[in-house]
Design a protein around this ligand. Structure first.
Ligand code: ATR
Length: 279
């Protein structure tokens, strides 16, 4: 029998999750369909009931529902509890289970380039929801974190959350500094660059050993990543995180390995089409 999956959020029209998951179903001959639904903030309870009534087996959750959906779920996985947010729901024996694959998805994407995490230094730029998920996952891998944010209080709060969970984290000013010299992994999680605007400060002096990641994937190369590349660093955009959070959601739903390469190709293809045809 055909199974049904979806992503809910608002806005949702540009979500690439349907493209990625449906390409995976096609590649492995899985009898399933993945759709996207716009769900306004005030209508989440009705949407969850509706998805259940319609026989959906699971769904992804994106902004603005990642935290508010928890009130409607029966069980949370340790990853969801740790993040205090859910991006994947599965219905299992009538129960709604909330999971979070964002942080571990980020770790898997970075692991394509970074061979060791433990004891290495990660600097995070930004302290919003995306940054928190990433920070918690990197701290769990044993990285030492340094968090910088335009509003310094938020970086401090996030560092305290990490410390509270047994991780190592400090916070500092949102400006260039000594940290550039010995950073192993630099992660840009703010919204700066979405409109191709330059990053507020230069990366001059950054260690050439550093892997520099921007979680933005559209544009595929932000001015921030361009600069890091010019300075000799390896770079990654946010496509890897999107891909691996999706692959981990797949594995949570189907208990089997996701066809990561086919899913990656589908995402790349779609982004290229968007670049050329602007849709
Ligand atoms: P998300 O959940 O996607 O991470 P968010 O919670 O709105 O989004 O967080 C946005 C992040 O981008 C914050 O760290 C924000 O910094 P502030 O906490 O100071 O607002 C950061 N940000 C947004 N615009 C920025 C800018 N022009 N310069 C520096 N940081 C910026």
């Amino acid at each position: 029998m055909e199974k049904h999956y979806a992503v809910i959020g608002d806005p949702i029209e540009h979500s690439l999750s349907p493209i990625m998951h449906n390409a995976g179903y096609q590649a492995l001959g899985v009898d399933a369909q993945y759709q996207r639904f716009q769900v306004q903030a005030g209508l989440l309870a009705e949407a969850v009931k509706g998805l259940q009534a319609l026989g959906f087996s699971g769904w992804n959750v994106t902004l603005p529902h990642k935290e508010s959906i928890i009130a409607y779920l029966d069980v949370l996985t340790p990853q969801a509890m740790r993040a205090g947010a859910v991006n994947t729901v599965k219905i299992h024996e009538g129960k709604l289970i909330g999971h979070n694959t964002d942080g571990d998805g980020f770790v898997l994407s970075v692991a394509e380039e970074l061979k060791e995490f433990k004891g290495k230094k990660a600097v995070l730029l930004g302290s919003g929801g995306a940054s928190k998920g990433i920070a918690l996952a990197l701290a769990e891998q044993g990285m030492n974190l340094h968090i910088l944010n335009r509003t310094p209080g938020k970086a401090k709060d996030l560092a305290q959350v990490i410390q509270g969970q047994g991780g190592t984290a400090t916070s500092g000013e949102f400006s260039p500094g000594e940290w550039l010299r010995d950073v192993d992994l630099l992660v840009q999680t703010t919204s700066v660059g979405l409109k191709r605007e330059p990053f507020p400060f230069p990366l001059t002096g950054i260690s050439a050993q550093a892997l520099v990641v921007d979680i933005i994937f559209n544009p595929m190369e932000t001015p921030f990543l361009k600069e890091a590349k010019k300075l000799g660093c390896r770079t990654q955009n946010g496509l890897g995180m999107l891909l691996y959070q999706g692959a981990l959601a797949w594995e949570f739903w189907f208990d089997g390995q996701a066809p990561v390469e086919e899913m990656r190709q589908a995402l790349k293809q779609r982004l290229l089409e968007r670049m050329f045809y602007k849709h």
